[in-house]
Every structure is written in C-alpha cells, then in structure tokens.
Design a protein around this ligand. Sequence first.
Ligand SMILES: NC(=O)c1ccc[n+]([C@@H]2O[C@H](COP(=O)([O-])OP(=O)(O)OC[C@H]3O[C@@H](n4cnc5c(N)ncnc54)[C@H](OP(=O)(O)O)[C@@H]3O)[C@@H](O)[C@H]2O)c1
Length: 291
Amino acid sequence: MQTVLVAGATGYMGRYLVSELHRRGYRVKGLVRSRERAEQRGEFGAPSLLGLVDEWVVADVGNGSEMDGLCDGVDRVVSALGVTRQRADPWDIDFRANLRLLALAERSAVSSFLYVNVMHAHEGTSMLMRSKAAFVESLRRSTVASQVINPSGYFSDASEFVDMARRGFAFGLGEGGHRLNLIHGADLAAFCIDHLGDESGQWDVGGPEVYSYHEIVDLAFAAVGKHARTVRVPVRVVRPTLWVADRLGPRMSSLTRFFLEGLQRDSVGEQTGTHHLAEYFNDLAVIDQDR
Ligand SMILES: NC(=O)c1ccc[n+]([C@@H]2O[C@H](COP(=O)([O-])OP(=O)(O)OC[C@H]3O[C@@H](n4cnc5c(N)ncnc54)[C@H](OP(=O)(O)O)[C@@H]3O)[C@@H](O)[C@H]2O)c1
C-alpha cells in the first residue's frame, strides 16, 4: 500500500483529495494545522477528514522547522497548499513552503509530487500568481517526477455569485463574455488521482460545462429565484483600480490583480466530471434559506 502525503489537507481541495485517495485504497498522511478542525466538515460542503487519514502531522508550514521528517516513509506527495482566504503572504506559503516540501521530497526520494496550481499562473502579475509560477518552475527542475494540475476555478469560489444574487445585484466587468469551466472539488480530486503516477507534465482542467461570467450570474439569480440585475463596470476602470490597490498594501494589490486579471480572459480546461454548477447553486440557495 502506497503512502501519500497530502499538504493543505484541510482546504477545499485538500479534503476532496484525501477522500479520493482513501477511497482508492492509499494510505494517507495528512498535513494539517488543526486536527480538530480537520475532523469537522469543511466549508462549501467539503468532507470531514474523520476516519480518512491514517497518519496525522500537525504543523504550520510557515515555520520551516516544523516540517523536518515530513516525507519520511512517504511514496508520493500531493500539495494543495496555498493562500486563498488566509492572511499569509503567498510568497511564504505558495512558493517557499512548497519549495521546502519539495526539498524534503527530493531528500526522501519520493516517486512523484503532484501540485494543484491555477490556470494561467505564468501570465499573472499578482503575488499569488507569481509565487505559484515560481514554484512550478522549481518543480520542473526537480529530480522528482511532477504532475502540475491547472484548474480553471472552483465551485467553492463561485459561491460568491449566489451571495451577490441574494443581495439583489451582481457586478460584472465589461460584457462578462469571458468563458470558464468551474470544477467541483470531488471531480478535480478524481482527475488529480487519475494522474498521480503519470510521467511529468501539466494539465489544464475544468468542469463539464463551459459558461461565460454573464451566464454564471444568471444561474446564481435563478437559484435564488430573482431576476438578474448586473451593475456593469467598464474595463477602463481596471487600470486606475490597480493603481489604487497597489497603494493599499501587498495583500490588496495581489487580490485585486488576481481577481481583475481572472475576469479578463477565458479559463477553459479539459472538460471532466459529473457535478453541475446549477445544482451546486441550487443546493447553496436551499442551505442558506434553512439557516
Ligand atoms: N479556490 C479556487 O477557485 C482555486 C482555483 C484554482 C486553483 N486554486 C489553488 O488550489 C489550491 C487549493 O485551493 P483551496 O481552495 O483548496 O484553498 P484553501 O481551502 O485555502 O486550502 C489551502 C490549504 O493550505 C493550508 N495552509 C495555508 N497556510 C498554511 C500554513 N502556514 N501551514 C499549514 N497549512 C497551511 C490551509 O490550511 P488551513 O485550513 O489551516 O488554513 C489549507 O489546508 C490553492 O493553491 C489555490 O490557489 C484555487
């Protein structure tokens, strides 16, 4: 039985990755900051890790010394470690902590390192995208075989659209015509584990349906039973917005750049999975009604 270390196991993706590995009979070593939190249900419907993890490592990877020995006895590493809603600097986690993990993986001669990246990371100017692109470059030069998975975006992030629809109006940049195929965590986890033992490579991937931003907003309004009302922000405001955001500090700058750049291009990957965005939105709308 192979042992797979999952870094970022308490995240939206990490929970589905652990669950899929466990289902397929792997022995899972889970790296978490809090076992108590790990054993509770995650955000956006992501599963509890109770009974799915064979070996726990409780550590903060921001503190390198807590990572010693992490890859001992490990056959493969899967990393969904990164900064999304956390307040840390992406350079410290997405780049440096993953790099430390890679050095430990190399030292332990693990068979492979699978990294959950993000689509178009190499083109982004936000600190988040730069940190991810820098790590992918390090991974490419490593002696360890690597699989880099580039998802378009997750259902979890699209939950924002339902919140906007409930408030009665949404914001759109320009015509909102750029297209993307958002993917559910369970579908992405299955795709990742399908590629676990593959030769080194990169895969752009998304869910089964391709929608424009405009259509996603319509789906969110339909889920809450309201007519779509969208405030359209012209594309010409992007540059002044970035100018202001850059002066409000590194976190605001990175988030604004990440968000606005994402709205200005297509993010469509190989279509996979069985989960549908409309159903996810409908479930969210019902859950929120019951609160
Ligand atoms: N969300 C999206 O739409 C999207 C789209 C494409 C790609 N991605 C990328 O996919 C990856 C996973 O995304 P996600 O939505 O699953 O993110 P997430 O829910 O925020 O999960 C990130 C994981 O990293 C862990 N982590 C962060 N800082 C840590 C630290 N100092 N020590 C130990 N663990 C730490 C978090 O632990 P805690 O739970 O303790 O904070 C969590 O387990 C990220 O790299 C993200 O950039 C996301």
